[in-house]
Write a protein that binds this ligand. Structure first.
Ligand code: ADP
Ligand code: MG
Length: 472
């Protein structure tokens, strides 16, 4: 099958050829002809199967005719995160090289003024995160009545991030006669509900059973002690033993653990960065670019920050925690083995992880092989069978009691840093809203102020990214 059978325009075909793609992926092959016929499409395909091009290519072809008017975008693409929005923009730039279409991004953490100027000049393609879009709309700077094509991308991630009500609001602001394209890697019931509400007589295009994992990925479970330091050590051993490792993403369930693990890996001399939802836009972009360019080898991330990111050639994915949501496992390991490449993934599994582990095996419909010996899971007694989530507050305090020597030195150094907490340098640290980090800590719940990772960062030369909560 070649691209020129899909009904795409000549300009788009030329750009596709220049980009080096030889043939469409299955989702592209199945979805594009229907989109070109102006049908609503519900596309379900696992992560990394080329869903982005399956809507950008036909959109470019269809938008060739017609002109944009001030403040009235002709098409709208909703994305759950700023990184994904930026990636879709890159796609439009790449495939739209022969077009004169104007593309604008409306995402948090970027100045309103610049975004407004672009809107005023008229845009053909508006790519937005739902919150920022509604902000603009409420300020009266945007008319959505000219939108002919709506794309809701990464719908399952939208659900996880609580964007469904925002999306429902946006849909009601758009013309009823628009064409709607809807893409998701998985299809939980809430997503089905949203799709049936906002798609008109859609063509359903599913290329793989929802929540299947690509067979180019080798998956291993690794049994491991439940203390934080035990998990960190197990992870280091895995990284050191992985001879084929070129670069890796390491997933944690909690933002706090992303910060702690990043710190710990850096202290052990690994080339490492971190990415999570609380970092400001600049730091996230820099971090991601450094990882893409190979300036850092390891990226510690939370699910929210990493969903759908297109980072080619990730050789390994490590699950530092068994994900709380089984579907997150599919998304996490989908960072590797993309577009037919080989990938390797390891997941640390502790005695208390039975529930989460079973849920994953059930969802993906296969058993995950154990690296060495399999875990003897804790018998669930009702009370004792804590989930990962419930462990959150207690894990570091229990770890403190029995820490080995090496960890103790670290504790001392972080308490030294803690003592420096009130130095003027610290107070200088400002976020974009102009409040100081110290102030922010005061307003936190008492239990949270003890986080050593945050305090440790406050002494560093660089401003810690996750102290800077961005304005929406
Ligand atoms: P998804 O949104 O389904 O998770 P993406 O659209 O981000 O996946 O695409 C994943 C990767 O596949 C990207 O690196 C993209 O450049 C690549 N890709 C997309 N279409 C093709 C194609 N037809 N041939 C080869 N690679 C492709
Ligand atoms: Mg995608």
């Amino acid at each position: 099958m070649s691209f020129d059978k899909l009904g795409l325009s000549k300009k788009v075909l030329a750009a596709v050829e220049a980009s080096g793609y030889n043939e469409p992926t299955p989702i592209q092959e199945k979805a594009i002809p229907h989109i070109m016929e102006h049908r609503d499409v519900l596309g379900i395909a696992q992560t990394g199967t080329g869903k982005t091009a399956s809507f950008t290519l036909p959109m470019l072809s269809m938008l060739e005719k017609g002109r944009a008017r001030a403040r009235m975008p002709r098409s709208l693409i909703l994305e759950p995160t700023r990184e994904l929005a930026a990636q879709v923009e890159e796609n439009f730039v790449k495939y739209g090289q022969n077009h004169k279409l104007s593309v604008a991004l409306l995402i948090g953490g970027v100045s309103f003024d610049d975004q407004l100027k672009k809107l005023d000049r008229g845009v053909d393609v508006l790519i937005a995160t739902p919150g920022r879009l509604l902000d603009h709309y409420e300020r009266g700077k945007l008319l959505l009545t000219g939108v002919d094509i709506l794309v809701i991308d990464e719908a399952d991630r939208m659900l996880d991030m609580g964007f469904i009500p925002d999306i429902e609001r946006v849909c009601k602001l758009l013309p009823f006669t628009r064409q709607t394209l809807f893409f998701s890697a998985t299809m939980p019931p809430e997503i089905e509900g949203l799709a049936s509400k906002f798609l008109h007589n859609p063509v359903e295009v599913a290329v793989a059973k929802s929540a299947t994992t690509s067979d180019t990925i080798t998956q291993r479970a690794v049994s491991c002690g439940g203390k934080d330091y035990e998990k960190r050590e197990a992870l280091r051993n895995l990284i050191d033993a992985a001879s084929e490792l070129q670069n890796a993403i390491i997933f944690c369930n909690r933002k706090r653990d992303v910060a702690t693990l990043w710190r710990s890996l850096e202290q052990h001399g690994y080339s490492c960065g971190a990415l999570h939802g609380d970092m400001d836009q600049r730091n996230r972009t820099t971090m991601l670019n450094n990882f893409r360019d190979g300036k850092i080898d390891l990226l510690v991330a939370s699910d929210v920050a990493a969903r759908g990111l297109d980072i080619p050639n990730v050789s390994h994915v490590f699950n530092f925690d068994v994900p709380i949501n089984a579907e997150d496992y599919v998304h996490r390991i989908g960072r590797t083995g993309r577009a037919g490449r080989e990938g390797m993934t390891y997941m640390l599994v502790t005695r208390g992880d039975k529930k989460g582990f079973d849920a994953i095996e059930k969802l993906i419909g296969q058993a995950i092989a154990w690296q060495d010996e399999s875990m003897e899971f804790k018998a669930r007694t009702g009370k004792g069978g804590k989930t990962n989530k419930e462990d959150e507050g207690s894990s570091s305090s229990t770890a403190n009691n029995k820490r080995p020597k090496r960890e103790k030195t670290k504790t001392t150094s972080s308490s030294e840093r803690r003592n420096k907490k009130t130095t003027p340098k610290n107070i200088e640290i400002k976020n974009e809203a102009g409040t100081t980090a110290t102030k922010k800590q005061k307003s936190k719940k008492p239990g949270l102020s003890k986080r050593p990772a945050l305090i440790a960062f406050a002494d560093e030369d660089h401003v810690p990214a996750f102290l800077l909560r961005e304005p929406r």
